[in-house]
Write a protein that binds this ligand. Structure first.
Ligand code: NAD
Length: 315
């Protein structure tokens, strides 16, 4: 889909504004994103049904509302970062009825990773009520969410993308307008299928080398300087102890949960099926992550898939 890469825009996260933002979903990703909006000068009010998430956000300095409605009051932008499409439909169209509560001038940006069909449905429902709506899933993980260096891949009207740029630019470094409603989610499904495949490949290569007597740090250094280099090795090394900042060195605390990776791989496989493509590596990655989830590791970071390979040589 060549048009997906057409509108790459680099945007420094230096924008400052006093516009009002209602932020929904302040979990692992959303908290850092909302804080960056706050730091950039936006007047942010956050909501999350989970009390722990609200308390953590308040402790970090965010203003927190106790209802969907209170957060939406007078908002120029509505940003959401929710687990699944079901949660997004519930927030915008279901019991929470955000589309009925938001100010008619608000621009809506859903950053959750959901299926492109639901994203199109939300875009159409928002357009019917006169709102600009973007599906704007992200790449980069929790460290990038906290640092404000996410990549956004957006689907929706060009004018809505332009209007959302100040908000997106405060949370990310690379903004892409992938195409019309749903196109951001298509790009995201492609990315996460590839991420799952190179994460599994990296765990196998590292485990194999370590089992054969190499030090994981030295092997990682060699791979990073060679053609096996990839994002999993660069910033998210799955071998415990190699990279202090990676979930693998923190007991596999997420990060990006296995449950969410399984969800994303199902979305990718659905997309492949509807295009009539046989994506065998993607299917295998889905099967392996599903097995890992069934074994009770759904709440762990997805890099814990390395534990499938058994005890390490050093253990
Ligand atoms: P999370 O479970 O930590 O956070 C989601 C939050 O949304 C939770 O706190 C939940 O209580 C809240 N929520 C649910 N329904 C809500 C509603 N109606 N209103 C307001 N809040 C609601 O998940 P996460 O890791 O932050 O991921 C969020 C999204 O970002 C997912 O779609 C995920 O696939 C995607 N994503 C995650 C990562 C990552 O590294 N964690 C990276 C890229 C994309």
């Amino acid at each position: 889909m060549p048009q997906l890469a057409r509108h790459a825009v680099r945007y420094a996260s230096t924008y400052s504004s006093s516009a009002k933002v209602a932020f929904y979903g302040i979990g692992n990703m959303g908290r850092g994103m909302a804080l960056n909006l706050h730091k950039a000068g936006f007047e942010v009010t956050a909501f999350d049904p989970a009390v722990e998430a609200r308390n953590a956000a308040a402790a970090a300095g965010l203003r927190v509302a106790s209802t969907v409605e209170a957060a939406a009051e007078g908002a120029d932008y509505i940003v959401s970062m929710l687990p699944t499409g079901k949660h997004a439909v519930e927030l915008y169209l279901g019991q929470s009825r955000l589309l009925s509560r938001a100010s008619s001038a608000a621009t809506l940006v859903d950053c959750s990773t959901i299926d492109s069909h639901t994203a199109r449905e939300l875009g159409a429902a928002a357009a019917e009520r006169g709102f600009g709506f973007l599906d704007a899933p992200v790449s980069g993980g929790t460290a990038a969410a906290a640092a404000g260096t996410l990549a956004f891949m957006c689907g929706g009207a060009s004018e809505t993308f332009e209007r959302a740029k100040p908000v997106l630019g405060a949370m990310g470094k690379k903004l892409f307008h992938a195409g019309p409603a749903g196109a951001g989610q298509v790009a995201k499904a492609c990315n996460n299928m590839l991420l799952a495949i190179h994460m599994i490949g990296s765990t196998e290569a590292l485990s194999m080398g370590v089992r054969a007597g190499l030090a994981p740090e030295k092997l990682s250094e060699i791979l990073l300087a060679s053609s096996g280099r990839n994002w999993s090795l660069e910033v998210y090394n799955p071998f415990p102890g190699v990279m202090a900042t990676a979930p693998a060195s923190k007991g596999f605390a997420p990060g990006f949960m296995t449950d969410l990776m399984v969800k994303d791989l199902k979305l990718a496989l659905d997309a492949a099926e509807s295009s009539g493509l046989d994506v065998r590596m993607g299917r295998l990655a889905k099967d392996l992550f599903e097995e890992h989830q069934r074994l009770g590791h759904g709440h762990l970071d997805f890099s814990s898939i390395i534990n499938r390979l058994g005890p390490r040589a050093a253990d």
